[in-house]
Write a protein that binds this ligand. Structure first.
Ligand SMILES: Nc1ncnc2c1ncn2[C@@H]1O[C@H](COP(=O)(O)OP(=O)(O)OP(=O)(O)O)[C@@H](O)[C@H]1O
Ligand SMILES: [Mg+2]
Length: 336
């Protein structure tokens, strides 16, 4: 089954053709990073206009790269939340129009499930039950995936997401947006590696908190003789990676899962991958960096998992434009 996946929830317009939720034939991503650099973050209206300009060329390129004709596409999957309302509408409406005109199924996809489904791409399915750590720009969550593919959220951040913390601390250090990659590069240049920043363990819970760490960096930078920016970047990254890896390991042991999946933009972080590998002794699956950040292939993979949940392309618009999701993944319950 060939699915065209379309993603436009934030600042990447993306499309991809994937067979059977696994085999990736193309993946085209138009990033708006340059556009949002001057504002140091995303202006939703600007993002929506950029999606509008990019959506048709990106889909056409994904079809060309996959050497596909429209008659080869069996269904279209598109992100319908969470995300920026204007941005979501561009991708989801494009998908609706295409599905209607081709008379093929339209499958709405939860963006966070999409990130996790990147772990199914170009590999055999991970052993279930699994524990997924989602670390993205807007979410930090621990989700149990049952053998029947039910998703149960066990923990989440109480304030900033991990990616958001990287972006905000990078900004404090004078680094460009998005801050994760430059902060990580700066950290690698640190000479002294003695500085220790606080860790919020939130013991007895599966939740995370990164806002105190961000404030600790802010206060440190106010001191006249503060450590070099590279040392602060290194200590910040160590603190985030330490908490993420140990809390994930502890919960994986408690839940007795067979694999740990890591997804979302921060999963591209080299040091996080290293620290996770040190702590996790069962199968650890992390997609290649280009499939950690937003892409259409992960949406196509998630759509395949929900191929029986197609909606009528003519039905009323149903997007979930929530920055922090109140409704969870389709089959998700609240934390245990
Ligand atoms: N190498 C890296 N190290 C740390 N953070 C990174 C790295 N690469 C990307 N990031 C961070 O990942 C985030 C972007 O990831 P992603 O595309 O998954 O987020 P999003 O789509 O904006 O948010 P969400 O998926 O929660 O809606 C940014 O915060 C960025 O700084
Ligand atoms: Mg994302």
């Amino acid at each position: 089954m060939n699915i065209l996946g379309i993603e436009s929830s934030c600042d990447e317009t993306a499309a991809s053709v994937v067979s059977d939720g696994c085999l990736m034939h193309s993946s085209v991503v138009a990033s708006q990073i340059n556009l949002h650099e001057s504002t140091g973050g995303i202006v939703p209206e600007v993002a929506a206009r950029a999606h509008l300009q990019a959506i048709v060329p990106v889909i056409e390129q994904a079809m060309l790269d996959a050497k596909c004709d429209w008659s080869d596409i069996d269904a279209i999957g598109a992100t319908n939340g969470p995300g920026l309302p204007g941005a979501l509408l561009i991708g989801f409406n494009a998908a609706r129009g295409l599905a209607y005109s081709r008379n093929i199924p339209l499958i709405p996809v939860d963006h966070i499930e999409g990130h996790i489904r990147a772990c199914w791409l170009n590999e055999s399915p991970p052993p279930l039950p699994a524990l997924a750590l989602v670390v993205s720009g807007g979410h930090t969550e621990l989700i149990r995936i049952e053998e029947n593919n039910t998703f149960v959220r066990l923990g989440s951040t109480r304030d900033d997401a991990a990616g958001e913390a990287f972006d905000k601390v990078a900004r404090l250090l004078g680094l460009p947006y998005p801050g994760g990659p430059p902060l990580s590069a700066l950290a690698e240049t640190a000479q002294e590696r003695q500085l220790k920043l606080p860790r919020a363990w939130l013991r007895g819970t599966n939740d995370f908190s990164f806002s105190g760490l961000k404030t600790a960096v802010l206060n440190l930078l106010k001191e006249n003789d503060h450590p070099a920016p590279a040392e602060i970047a290194w200590a910040f990254q160590e603190s985030v990676c330490d908490v993420l890896a140990k809390k994930t390991r502890n919960l994986a042991e408690k839940e007795n899962v067979k694999s740990v999946l890591v997804a979302g933009g921060v999963a591209a972080n080299r040091r996080l991958r290293e620290v996770l590998a040190e702590h996790i002794s069962i199968e650890l699956r992390i997609p290649p960096p280009n499939l950690c950040t937003d892409n259409g292939a992960m949406i196509a993979a998630a759509a395949y998992a929900h191929k029986n949940n197609a909606v009528n392309a003519k039905s009323p618009l149903d997007i979930e434009p929530t920055a922090m999701r109140k409704k969870r993944l389709r089959s998700t319950e609240t934390a245990r």
